[in-house]
Design a protein around this ligand. Structure first.
Ligand code: DO4
Ligand code: MG
Length: 278
C-alpha cells in the first residue's frame, strides 16, 4: 500500500484503487504502529476516488514535522567516489575507514522546511561548480525507531565543496532545496525485497545525459542497524526519515545544470521527479 500526503488530505493506494480522507494530522497517522494494520482498519472510513481525480491532486513530500537524516558511504561506489574527490585534501582514508567501521556515517540532512515536494525544484548551490543528485532508498522510522515504511530521497550534494575538505560536509549537503522526498510512503508487511532496484535518469533539453542503477542488496549496512544507530541518542517524537546512502554516482566530468530533470525510481515505491534550479 502507498500513503500520499496531498494538499487536501491523505490518499491510500491499494491494489490500484485510490481512497481519500481529509485527515490533517499526518504526524499521528504515520506514527501509528503497526501502520499496515492501522490503514486496513481505517480504510472503510476513506472515500474511494478515481485515478483521474487522484492525478489532479497536489502531492506533497510525505514530511510534516519529521527531520530528514542521511547515511553516507554505505555502498562501495560512494566510498570510491568520495576518496577520489577528496584526495587532494587528504580526506581519502576517512571514507575507506568509515565504510569498514562498525559505526556508520549518519548526518543531519534537512529540516522539513528544506524538503522539496515531488515535481518542484531542487537546487544547486551558486558557490559550487560540481553538483550531483544522490538517489537513495529512504526509510520512514516511526517514533519508536521502527522501519515503518519506505520512500525515495534525493540527497543533492556539492562534490566540489565536500571534496575540498570533508569538514565542509554540512555545507555540501544542507542548503535550501537540497533534499527531495516522495512521492509516497510505501508500507508492506513483508518490507522490501532485497533485490529492489533503484534507478536514476537525468534529462537535459529532452536528451538523457545520465542513467544509473543499483540494487539495494549492494548496500554494506543492514537497514535496521542504521535505524538503531540513529535512535541511540536521538529521540524523534514524530518519527524521522533516513536516506540510506547512494550506490550511484555519475562520472567525474558530470555536473548538474539548471533545468535538468531528475527522475528517481524505486521498485514498488514509484518515481520521484524534480527539476534543478540554482
Ligand atoms: O560522506 C559523505 C556523504 C556520503 C553520502 O551522502 C552517500 O554516500 O550517499
Ligand atoms: Mg547521500
Amino acid at each position: 500500500m502507498k500513503i500520499y500526503k496531498t494538499l487536501n488530505g491523505i490518499v491510500i493506494e491499494r491494489n490500484g484503487d485510490y481512497y481519500f480522507k481529509e485527515i490533517m494530522d499526518w504526524d499521528s497517522f504515520i506514527n501509528t504502529d503497526p501502520l499496515v494494520d492501522h490503514i486496513e482498519s481505517v480504510l472503510p472510513t476513506f472515500k474511494r476516488m478515481d485515478k483521474d481525480d487522484f492525478l489532479q491532486l497536489k502531492i506533497l513530500a510525505p514530511v510534516s514535522k519529521q527531520e530528514v537524516w542521511a547515511a553516507g558511504v554505505t555502498y562501495l561506489r560512494s566510498r570510491d567516489a568520495r576518496m577520489e574527490e577528496s584526495k587532494d585534501a587528504g580526506g581519502g582514508t576517512f571514507y575507506d575507514k568509515v565504510y569498514l567501521a562498525e559505526r556508520p556515517e549518519l548526518f543531519f540532512k534537512a529540516s522539513p522546511f528544506r524538503v522539496v515536494n515531488p515535481g518542484e525544484h531542487v537546487r544547486i548551490r551558486k558557490d559550487s561548480n560540481w553538483n550531483v543528485p544522490e538517489p537513495e532508498l529512504t526509510l520512514f522510522l516511526n517514533n519508536r525507531g521502527k522501519i515503518s515504511g519506505y520512500t525515495i530521497g534525493n540527497d543533492m550534494s556539492s562534490r566540489s565543496i565536500e571534496g575540498e575538505n570533508p569538514l565542509y560536509l554540512p555545507q555540501a549537503k544542507v542548503y535550501d532545496g537540497s533534499a527531495a522526498v516522495g512521492p509516497c510512503i510505501y508500507v508492506s508487511r513483508d518490507g522490501l525485497p532485497s533485490d529492489t532496484l533503484i534507478t536514476i535518469r537525468i534529462e537535459r533539453k529532452g536528451e538523457n545525459v545520465f542513467d544509473g542503477q543499483v540494487r539495494v542488496n549492494r548496500i554494506k549496512r543492514d537497514l535496521n542497524e542504521l535505524a538503531e544507530y540513529l535512535f541511540r541518542e536521538c529521540s524523534f517524537p514524530y518519527g524521522c526519515f533516513l536516506m540510506t546512502g547512494t550506490g550511484v554516482v555519475p562520472p567525474n566530468e558530470f555536473t548538474l545544470q539548471e533545468d535538468d530533470q531528475i527522475s528517481i525510481s524505486i521498485d514498488n515505491i514509484g518515481t520521484l521527479k524534480n527539476v534543478v534550479s540554482s
